[in-house]
Design a protein around this ligand. Structure first.
Ligand code: CMP
Length: 142
């Protein structure tokens, strides 16, 4: 068993559509532990840093525009194999291809407006987490 942490964002489309509770509820019911949680509105600079791995992609500017178009809810979740478990629960990037039962499969019909983001590896978590949170914003183990 490997206890991992992962970073999840409810993106501006999810917040605007009133899906914050739905998304958090799915992770809570699964048994993942919330170690940090906050609502923020990312600056352009933070958004560019967060999505820096995509900086050469044709959709980069649109992605930064989208993720800064409204507030987001960011959280750190913890649990056994949390990274792969959460990726399974959110579904494929393109909401049109995401399996029913996944968050994107149930709530998204777009590749950009896809409700949630989640870290894809421990390295991504370490990088992404530092853009959004400080160490002191993670509550002690409980
Ligand atoms: P996310 O999991 O947050 O990681 C990068 C994001 O870029 C992705 O979700 C989508 O919101 C967005 N994205 C990925 N591919 C495309 C694409 N081809 N066109 C537009 N946006 C994309």
């Amino acid at each position: 068993m490997a206890v991992e942490k992962t970073l999840v964002l409810v993106k501006p489309d999810g917040v605007k559509r009133g899906l914050i509770g739905e998304v958090i509820s799915r992770f809570e019911k699964k048994g993942l532990k919330i170690r940090a949680l906050k609502m923020i509105w990312l600056s352009k600079e933070k958004a560019q840093e967060f999505y820096s791995v995509h900086k050469d992609k044709p959709f980069f500017n649109d992605l930064v525009e989208f993720i800064t178009s409204g507030p987001i809810v960011a959280m750190v979740l913890e649990g056994d194999s949390a990274i792969s478990v959460v990726r399974l629960m959110i579904g494929a990037t393109d909401g049109r291809k995401a399996a029913p039962g996944t968050i994107r499969g149930d709530f998204a019909l777009s590749i950009q407006d896809n409700v949630v983001h989640a870290s894809d590896s421990p390295e991504s978590f370490e990088r992404e987490f530092k853009v959004i949170f400080t160490e002191t914003e993670i509550v002690p183990e409980y």
